[in-house]
Design a protein around this ligand. Structure first.
Ligand SMILES: N[C@@H](CCC(=O)N[C@@H](CS)C(=O)NCC(=O)O)C(=O)O
Length: 229
């Protein structure tokens, strides 16, 4: 496939991580361009009027919004590429329900709060962490973990019997939280989730994410180790 894809991203954005994973799973070459979206660079605002990452550029064409990008990639990838959207409408519906649950509710209550308070606040020079927000975010993480545990106990993958975009969505969120050291894999509540995350983390497409390094913020000690030690 003709390829000059450039992904405008920020390393600890779960939405960008999802797209990076899907591009790699589909073996589509791309280059990464880090975008500090909060600086509101004029050229980037022109590229994506929503001002958000990820945005995927191919020459003059620009694709934005992680879910729209992933669906586009599913449609244009060669026939022998891995399929990540089920054909069955019921399975599709369940996959999309879970993607929107994690990209909206989980992100709003957990990922965006904790990643901002633990890291982005300082990078964006917005003062020291608001510990009250951290506490609420951690409490919400506990509640959502119960639901994730429930899902994993009843199905092989997040949305059912097969690997779908929903798995990459959830793995992208968890990997951000894991980078900032907010997941204690030794806790009982992660027992089943850990097995699933191990399967995700062991995939070749995941490797580049495990080498991410935000200057000045080392990832949690176990972050890059597939076996969590
Ligand atoms: N629904 C969008 C959400 C993307 C998003 O909110 N990205 C954040 C970074 S994690 C962003 O760029 N925020 C900038 C803003 O809201 O102005 C997607 O799935 O791509």
């Amino acid at each position: 496939m003709e390829n000059s894809y450039v992904l405008y991203h920020y390393p600890l954005s779960p939405f960008c991580r999802k797209v990076r994973l899907v591009l790699a799973e589909k073996k589509i070459d791309f280059t990464l361009r880090e975008e500090r979206y909060w600086e509101k660079r004029v050229a980037f605002q022109k590229l994506n009027p929503a001002g958000k990452v990820p945005a995927l550029r191919n020459g003059k064409e620009v694709f934005a919004d992680s879910q729209a990008i992933c669906e586009y990639l599913e449609a244009i990838a060669p026939d022998d590429a891995i399929r990540l959207i089920p054909e069955d409408p019921r399975e599709q519906c369940e996959m999309r329900r879970l993607i929107s649950f994690f990209d909206e509710k989980f992100n709003q209550e957990v990922t965006s709060v904790l990643v901002f308070e633990r890291m982005l606040r300082r990078i964006q020079q917005k003062g020291s962490p608001d510990e009250r927000r951290v506490k609420v975010g951690l409490e919400q993480l506990k509640n959502h973990t119960k639901y994730l545990q429930f899902l994993i106990m009843h199905r092989r993958w997040i949305a059912g019997d097969r690997l779908t975009l929903a798995d990459f969505t959830v793995a992208a969120h968890l990997s951000c939280l894991d980078y900032v050291g907010l997941i204690n894999w030794k806790k009982e509540e992660y027992a089943e989730i850990k097995g699933w995350y191990y399967r995700m983390k062991s995939r070749r497409a995941f490797k580049p994410l495990l080498s991410d390094h935000v200057p000045g913020y080392f990832p949690a000690f176990h972050y890059a180790n597939v076996d969590f030690d």
